[in-house]
Write a protein that binds this ligand. Structure first.
Ligand SMILES: C[S@@+](CC[C@H](N)C(=O)[O-])C[C@H]1O[C@@H](n2cnc3c(N)ncnc32)[C@H](O)[C@@H]1O
Length: 250
């Protein structure tokens, strides 16, 4: 089994733990990430959305309550919510097969989301390029990723090395999931430059990026979460648009 197959397998087992953790009152996804992702996404009224690596599809469904006309989710796990509002379509598939998915052939979207899922893609540039070609004119991609410094710091603590050594290390790393320590996930390391260069190579530019933090009230209410954020920083969210001169559909 290669590391990508291993990760796919791991996600099949991890999904229930991830969704349980996400639903907790003090989950960072609930407190910080999803509100900030929605904020950068902006008004989706009358828009079509594609949510790649959508988890159980509950965020995808929420896009409809926010006014989107259609919302399509794709996830390798296939452990989807049962309650499906009109306009919601959930597809059990591998993101790496994006270009060949029958369900998506010839379709275009106003918003394409990669929320904490882009790290599981085997070939990031071709997938992102393909996502760009699926955008309607004036469409954009919203992509969130964990701060690479977080993983570098965790590895430095584990290996007794330095932050810089781990930040610039190019070997894949395996770590125990914080949602279930019986399950290991393997990821490639990345730096900020890697991310930015991936976006450029895919014909995208960063219109805005955000590093969301807890509010003052949340800090008081959830000091243990602030402690974690002070150490590991959280996530980055990017709003990505096709480079000028590049047609969306090419
Ligand atoms: C951290 S979760 C994020 C879920 C959701 N986007 C959210 O923000 O709550 C990562 C998701 O990516 C999915 N995933 C991992 N590898 C994938 C692949 N190769 N194809 C499709 N989905 C994948 C997992 O099953 C999981 O649901």
């Amino acid at each position: 089994m290669n590391s990508v197959e291993g990760t796919n397998q791991a996600w099949s087992e991890l999904a229930p733990d991830y969704e349980r953790a996400r639903a907790l009152e003090d989950s960072l996804d609930k407190l910080v990430e999803w509100p900030a992702q929605k904020d950068l996404l902006g008004d989706v009224s009358g828009r079509s959305c594609l949510d790649l690596g959508c988890g159980n599809g509950s965020k995808t469904a929420e896009l409809l309550t926010m006014g989107a006309t259609s919302a399509v989710g794709v996830d390798i796990n296939g452990n989807f919510i049962d309650q499906r509002p009109l306009g919601l379509e959930l597809i059990h598939a591998d993101l790496n097969d994006l270009a060949s998915l029958d369900e998506l052939k010839g379709r275009a979207f106003d918003r394409i989301l990669f929320l904490q899922s882009f790290g599981y893609v085997s070939y990031p540039v071709p997938i992102l390029k393909h996502a760009r070609t699926m955008l309607h004119e004036d469409g954009f991609i919203l992509l969130s990723r964990t701060q690479p410094i977080r993983y570098a710091l965790e590895r430095a603590e584990q290996h007794g090395t330095s932050l810089g050594e781990e930040y610039f290390s190019s070997s894949p790393f395996t770590y125990r999931s914080s949602w279930n320590d019986q399950i290991a996930l393997t990821k490639r390391t990345y730096t900020m430059s890697d991310l930015i260069n991936t976006f450029s190579a895919a014909g995208l530019w960063i219109e805005a990026s955000v590093e969301p933090q807890l509010s003052a009230e949340q800090r008081r209410q959830f000091p243990h979460k602030q402690e974690w954020m002070d150490k590991y920083l959280g996530i980055l969210i990017f709003k990505l648009l096709p480079l000028p001169g590049l047609m969306h559909r090419h």
